[in-house]
Design a protein around this ligand. Structure first.
Ligand code: ZN
Length: 112
């Protein structure tokens, strides 16, 4: 026999390409959504760190009647356990504003 009879149990090339097309469309939709979720989670974590720093500044001000000179003053006086790390850079990127009344992230993250 010159031509092989088509085996009905196997997939045709068209069927395999169609499945690859559908799979690639699903992956193309899912990955940007998952990536955006991770970025949002890191931003929320940074904002939580800023709120913690602001709370520590308020406690420091209530006790000393002055604002702390820097983040290390908050740690040294026990209002912060340690200087937090921004989840975007994994570095201790926080400092105090010019008036020393709130925390600032060097990556530009802010509390909404
Ligand atoms: Zn940050």
């Amino acid at each position: 026999m010159l031509f092989k009879v088509r085996d009905e149990k196997a997939f045709t090339l068209f069927e395999v390409l169609f499945i690859l097309l559908i799979t690639s469309i699903i992956v193309a939709i899912a990955f940007p959504l998952l990536g955006g979720t991770a970025v949002n989670a890191r931003l929320r974590n940074c904002q939580a760190n800023l709120r913690t720093i602001d709370g520590a500044i308020n406690q420091y001000h209530a006790e000393h009647d002055a604002y702390p000179s820097d983040i290390n003053a908050l740690v040294a006086s026990g209002f912060l356990r340690a200087s937090p790390e921004c989840p975007h850079t994994k570095l201790k990127d926080y400092s105090l504003s010019n008036q020393h009344d709130r925390g600032v992230c060097s990556q530009g993250h802010e509390i909404p």
